[in-house]
Design a protein around this ligand. Structure first.
Ligand SMILES: NC(=O)c1ccc[n+]([C@@H]2O[C@H](COP(=O)([O-])OP(=O)(O)OC[C@H]3O[C@@H](n4cnc5c(N)ncnc54)[C@H](O)[C@@H]3O)[C@@H](O)[C@H]2O)c1
Length: 439
């Protein structure tokens, strides 16, 4: 646990079950607290710029406005003009707080630079994740606080940029929240505090799942360039999405890392593409992955050295059994977690009874509070480590090799095309384990 959620949690706690029961109330008061602080200092606007005006970008911008009546949107940036229009339409219910003048709306591959140049309290980065490291580095170089959607990169080159920028965030005293919303959800926060307090003993293993049917796709349009087709259908191109193990399953992998208190040391994986095989609709990504992540060994309560691991499974195939869950195994009990639900079995059995919060809004409450109160909040390294864990799993599945963290992190792989314009770009081939280059 890092950042304001952790601090609010600790501040609320005086120990034991009573204090834990007080957590939702304490966190619920964050908004009121912010309002009081603003009133004491004289209310001030919280100005927010948005880069990437798609579904989640519009959602996150709305969440920022829901987090505080003092928040308003001051700049929009997107590669495509129709997405700027969609942002205006989609956020119209917020009235003047979501009206951005045309002079502060930017399009094209350099739209992010226009948004960053508009004075604001923080920028929301919600493009496909392939662009995140460059956009984030530019925002932090310009002294902007940021909300960064997950995942935060698609390759080790991008991850190294994120870790370097995380250090710059600290050096400059900026604030960054990440879109790993489980880290801001009360049910997860309380369960994880109980796990850290020993409710299941030493954490030894985890099983994490995101198994579901297919997501949206955009059919190839022969009138549009290769790059526009790929960006509009970005989920299915690894240079943009990282593949679904990175784009979606990072949420569950993040929980394994959170419970283990670290990232894995190595992994081996399988994966492939059985159902989504039309390259015009589904690019070149896989539709299933399973990874065995090995974490650093621990000396257990009896002094024996024991190995720790997480099994990760992600599938996007229609007609198959759905499961989105994290199960954490300790020496004394088990925790089962999913959005809105948490329970622990073992000698200290517990079930989360609520009330729960909206973690998408809480992310912005926590970030806005850190900005207003000048308290530290930097979730960059944590989300970068979880993104890297997912990338390492993909590298193992694509190649068929066993992959060590240190090798994966230092790998020169950089999936971004050398020059970006809406022109030709051949689609990458489907990775073949045993033969594949590292993508
Ligand atoms: N936390 C969550 O639960 C959650 C849910 C959905 C998506 N996401 C994440 O949010 C991000 C965006 O996903 P989405 O569903 O909104 O996708 P989307 O396709 O709806 O939106 C992406 C937007 O970015 C724009 N864009 C693409 N390249 C750009 C560039 N170089 N510069 C400026 N704009 C650019 C696109 O035109 C589009 O409007 C992804 O990282 C995704 O993984 C997170």
């Amino acid at each position: 646990m890092t950042g304001i959620s952790r601090r609010s949690f600790v501040a609320a706690a005086t120990g034991g079950a009573l204090a834990l029961a007080a957590v939702p109330t304490a966190l619920a008061s964050v908004n009121a607290l912010s309002a009081r602080h603003s009133a004491a200092r004289g209310r001030r606007e919280i100005r927010v710029g948005l880069i990437g005006c798609g579904g989640r970008g519009r959602g996150a911008a709305g969440n920022a406005l829901e987090a505080s009546p003092d928040a308003r949107l001051v700049a929009f940036g997107d590669l495509f003009p129709d997405r700027i229009e969609a942002a205006h339409t989609g956020l119209a219910s917020f009235g003047d707080r979501a009206k951005v003048p045309a002079a502060q709306c930017f399009t094209g591959f350099d739209a992010y630079q226009g948004v960053i140049a508009v004075p604001c309290d923080y920028v929301i980065l919600a493009t496909p994740p392939g662009f995140r490291p460059v956009h984030f580095a530019a925002a932090v170089a310009a002294g902007r606080n940021a909300f960064i959607e997950k995942p935060v990169a698609v390759d080790p080159t991008g991850i190294r940029t994120m870790f370097a920028t995380a250090a710059e965030v600290d050096a400059k005293g900026l604030r960054v929240a990440a879109g790993t919303q489980r880290r801001h959800e009360w049910s997860y926060l309380e369960a994880m505090q109980r796990i850290k307090d020993g409710a299941i003993g030493q954490v030894m293993a985890a099983r994490v799942f995101w198994n579901m049917g297919s997501l949206w796709h955009v059919e190839r349009d022969p009138m549009k360039s290769d790059v526009e087709n790929q960006v509009r259908n970005w989920l299915y191109h690894t240079w943009l999405s990282g593949d679904h193990i990175v784009e979606q399953h990072v949420h569950n992998i993040d929980i394994a890392n959170w419970a283990m208190g670290t990232h894995p040391a190595r992994c081996v994986a399988v994966g492939g593409r059985q159902v989504r095989i039309d390259p015009g609709s589904f690019g070149h990504v896989f539709d299933h992955f399973a990874v065995d992540f090995e974490y650093p060994s621990l000396s257990n309560e009896t002094g024996a050295i024991v190995e720790r691991f997480a099994m990760s499974m992600a599938r996007q195939q229609d007609g198959t059994a759905g499961r989105v869950e994290e199960v954490i195994y300790g020496t004394k009990g088990t925790a089962r977690l999913s959005p809105g639900s948490a329970r622990i079995s073992g000698p200290v059995a517990w079930t989360f009874k609520g009330p729960n919060n909206n973690p998408y809004v809480q992310e912005h409450i926590d970030l806005q509070k850190a900005i207003i109160d000048s308290t530290p909040l930097n979730e960059t390294a944590q989300v970068a480590a979880s993104t890297m864990t997912a990338i390492m799993g993909r590298m193992a599945a694509y190649t068929g090799a066993e992959v060590a963290w240190i090798d994966a992190l230092n790998d020169p792989l950089n999936l971004m095309p050398p020059s970006l314009n809406l022109g030709p770009l051949p689609q990458a081939p489907v990775a073949m384990p045993g033969q594949a280059p590292k993508v």
